[in-house]
Design a binder for this molecule. Structure first.
Ligand SMILES: O=C(O)c1cc(=O)[nH]c(=O)n1[C@@H]1O[C@H](COP(=O)(O)O)[C@@H](O)[C@H]1O
Length: 273
């Protein structure tokens, strides 16, 4: 999907909500465990109940790899279901990959071609050749970890290098890479005080913002300085939506929580656009 198409969908749906499909078999309703593919059944329920409120879905690959071949099959079915039934939804493989060039090319093929996601999250610390293979695919995107939502973000990302924070160096340097217009960046909602500086470096780029809900980040704080002229935000919630209820009404409860966030986003967009 092109960035323009994503912006169009955000304006059409009045939403920049991304829903994280981080499925844990210990947390889904027990009746689903009797199904042939409980993870896919859960995802299908969540997607069907929330798609009108969201513009993106982000399965975190760890939650599928944890279940071996079966988990990988569930991931494959989930992305196929999204691509076939909701082709205007932006899809993110939250895989946090990063390796030397020829290996990066195979990761890119795996997620952007074989599984056919629109984008993938990437750890940028191996540098240019570890990222550029993901940008060789037209209309696909690499989402670089810039300033992450976790406490450990302060271990390296806010350390100074050449007088700049490491996350600033990631943002600035990556702008010079081939096809850099296909880059997006992860910035945690728990780091809202950094958005003003970040927008000075990447005024237009899309930011994927996890950390609202379960991690305590706040949508209003993110939007204060995080919005770009064309919105430029995808705000993710995983546990806060998909486990809104752990009973048989899980899909309905997820729909309600997604709708609540969409309405909050609509009010923000009305003022912004
Ligand atoms: O790349 C990510 O999506 C990510 C980056 C980051 O800085 N923090 C972060 O929480 N994430 C992911 O975003 C999701 C957050 O989930 P919840 O805290 O349940 O909403 C998880 O899949 C995390 O792995």
């Amino acid at each position: 999907m092109t960035t323009d198409q994503l912006v169009f969908e955000i304006k059409r749906k009045k939403s920049f909500l991304c829903i994280g499909l981080d499925v844990d078999l210990d947390k889904i309703p027990s009746f689903l465990l009797e199904e042939e593919d409980p993870i896919f059944s859960f995802n299908k329920g969540i997607i069907d109940a929330t798609h009108q409120y969201a513009v993106a879905y982000k399965p975190n690959i760890a939650f599928y790899e944890a279940y071996g071949l079966k988990g990988w099959k569930s991931l494959e079915r989930t992305i196929e279901y999204l691509n076939q039934n909701y082709p205007s939804i932006f899809t993110i493989a939250d895989a946090k990959r990063g390796d030397i060039g020829n290996t990066a090319s195979m990761y890119a093929k795996a997620f952007l071609e074989t599984l056919n996601f629109d984008s993938i999250t990437i750890a940028p610390y191996m540098g240019r050749d570890s990222v550029e293979p993901f940008l060789d695919f037209p209309n696909k995107h690499a989402i670089l970890l810039a300033l992450t939502s976790n406490e450990g973000a302060y271990d390296f990302q806010t350390k100074k290098m050449n007088g700049k924070f490491l996350y600033q160096e990631v943002l600035e340097t990556s702008k010079s890479w081939k096809n850099s217009e296909q880059l997006m960046y992860v910035v945690g909602a728990t780091k809202a005080e950094y958005f003003k500086e970040i927008r000075k470096i990447v005024p237009k780029a899309f930011l994927l913002v996890p950390g609202i809900g379960a991690q305590g980040g706040n949508l209003q704080d993110v939007c204060k300085y995080g919005l770009s002229p064309d919105v430029g935000l995808l705000v993710n919630s995983s546990r806060g939506i998909i486990y809104a209820s752990k009973a048989s009404d899980f899909a309905e409860a997820a729909g309600k929580e997604a709708s609540r966030l969409q309405k909050e986003m609509e009010a923000i967009l009305e003022e912004w656009l």
